[in-house]
Design a binder for this molecule. Structure first.
Ligand code: RTP
Length: 155
């Protein structure tokens, strides 16, 4: 009832170049839609390597950092913002464990990916990173806000 009184929780979700090139965009979006989350921003972008380094700045000491940034900047990425109660945590649940060998069947990575370096999707891991990542990838005017009146659009 009061779902729109305050701004609902938002998270940043990105389909990485492997997911885009494998034709998994509609499959992945469908899972978030069917769950009941709301898409409030979406665009296909070609991140530069330095942009990828900004996105993954927390991982800069890790041995796979350079390869990861090369990969993220190797082709178009579908950047999205999804909104809904608990969307940050539940979005991670829909995505599954980082390593697709450990993700449960039924999750996006569990069903659709095989190796950790090509795990097709990214999702913010907490409220702070969600805010930072949304701000990094989107301008304020690219974020929409609307109420779904589904009963009006179905006859
Ligand atoms: P993401 O940020 O992409 O949603 O992934 P995550 O939180 O589940 O995992 P994180 O530890 O933040 O790692 C970010 C991405 O780095 C790649 N990775 N490669 N051993 C490896 O080669 C390795 N470990 C992680 C993955 O693409 C992971 O999603």
């Amino acid at each position: 009832q009061e779902a729109h009184a305050a701004q609902m929780e938002r998270t940043f979700i990105a389909i990485k170049p492997d997911g885009v090139q494998r034709g998994l965009i509609s499959e992945i979006i469908a899972r978030f839609e069917r769950k009941g989350f709301k898409l409030v921003a979406i665009k296909l972008v070609n991140p530069t390597k330095s942009f990828a380094q900004k996105h993954y700045h927390d991982l800069k000491e890790r041995p796979f950092f350079d390869g990861l940034c090369d990969f993220l900047s190797s082709g178009p990425v579908l950047a999205m913002v999804w909104e809904g109660e608990g969307v940050i945590k539940y979005g991670r649940k829909l995505i599954g464990a980082t390593d697709p060998q450990k993700s449960e069947p039924g999750t996006i990575r569990g069903d659709l990916a095989v190796v950790v370096g090509r795990n097709i999707i990214h999702g913010s891991d907490g409220p702070e990173t969600a805010k930072d990542e949304i701000n990094l990838w989107f301008k304020p005017e690219e974020l929409t806000s609307y109420t779904s009146n589904q009963e009006k659009w179905v006859y």
